[in-house]
Ligand binder design. Structure first.
Ligand SMILES: NC(=O)c1ccc[n+]([C@@H]2O[C@H](COP(=O)([O-])OP(=O)(O)OC[C@H]3O[C@@H](n4cnc5c(N)ncnc54)[C@H](O)[C@@H]3O)[C@@H](O)[C@H]2O)c1
Length: 238
């Protein structure tokens, strides 16, 4: 199950996982785009607002009904990730703050909670949270988002301990700025900051991080549980 898979990084992750032979379920608030992406890669689409607990629980019920009550992997990728940067912390409005935490943080918790029984029923469930390296280097003028991704990283550590006894691994990836349409609005200066600051200099395509995510969903990734892996071509080291 990949959330936020209608477009952008989520769609690229879904495409890559489908090439690895996964039976895929996609969920997104963007229904038409999500269905089109799912059709393109032979996946099934579920409409979902991560801000709505009832929808999350209903999705997990429907999903379980279709998979015999099991889920091998959950990629918590869906988030409010675009159009919210470039605003100093004093100018952020409270509604934006609340909405970003509700979707990015609460949505990740609720999705993991709803899917936990399905993951337990699988022989080696895996959760991969998509965080962001902005929370590692302290990106300015993006505070609601940065706070939400810091929370996702912190939840990754604690959830790993709570789900570890069931041999479910919970990990996170922390990408830097990618060449997804969601970052088109970001000023060229911030793109340049990344391009020049990476060990592997230059822009980064979303397809460059999908092999790591695919690996984190495998049996062999159990030993990495709780870890946050920056997948940013060496922009920050953790
Ligand atoms: N693109 C980057 O540079 C970058 C860098 C670091 C981390 N990320 C993370 O990657 C993930 C994907 O981001 P993206 O860049 O592809 O952005 P995006 O905005 O293109 O994709 C986000 C997806 O989540 C969906 N979504 C938004 N709100 C939702 C909700 N309430 N319920 C369900 N779905 C919802 C959107 O419809 C969209 O399909 C996010 O978690 C983002 O924080 C992206």
């Amino acid at each position: 199950m990949v959330t936020g898979a209608a477009r952008g990084l989520g769609a690229v992750i879904a495409q890559a996982l489908s090439e690895h032979g996964a039976r895929l379920y996609l969920a997104d608030i963007a229904h038409d785009e999500g269905r089109a992406t799912a059709d393109r890669i032979g996946a099934q689409f579920f409409p979902l607002d991560l801000g709505d607990a009832a929808q999350i629980n209903a999705l997990a019920r429907d999903l379980g009904g279709q998979t015999g009550g099991k889920l091998d992997g959950l990629v918590n990728n869906g988030a409010i990730a675009t159009g919210i940067g470039g605003i100093g912390f004093e100018a952020v409005d409270i509604d934006t703050w609340d909405k970003v935490q509700r979707v990015n943080v609460r949505g990740t918790w609720l999705m993991t909670r709803a899917c936990a029984p399905l993951l337990r029923a699988s022989d080696g469930g895996r959760v991969v949270n998509v965080a962001s390296d902005t929370a590692l280097w302290g990106a300015p003028n993006l505070l609601p988002y940065v706070a939400s991704k810091g929370a996702v990283m912190a939840m990754t550590h604690s959830l790993a301990r709570e789900l570890g006894p069931d041999r479910i691994a919970v990990t996170a990836v922390a990408p830097g700025i990618l060449t997804t349409p969601s970052t088109d609005y970001v000023p060229a200066e911030r793109h340049r900051h990344y391009a020049e600051g990476r060990a592997i200099t230059g822009p980064q395509d979303p397809g460059e991080i999908t092999d790591v995510i695919a690996f984190l969903l495998t049996q062999g990734a159990l030993t990495l549980t709780g870890q946050v892996l920056p997948v940013n071509n060496g922009f920050v080291f953790k």
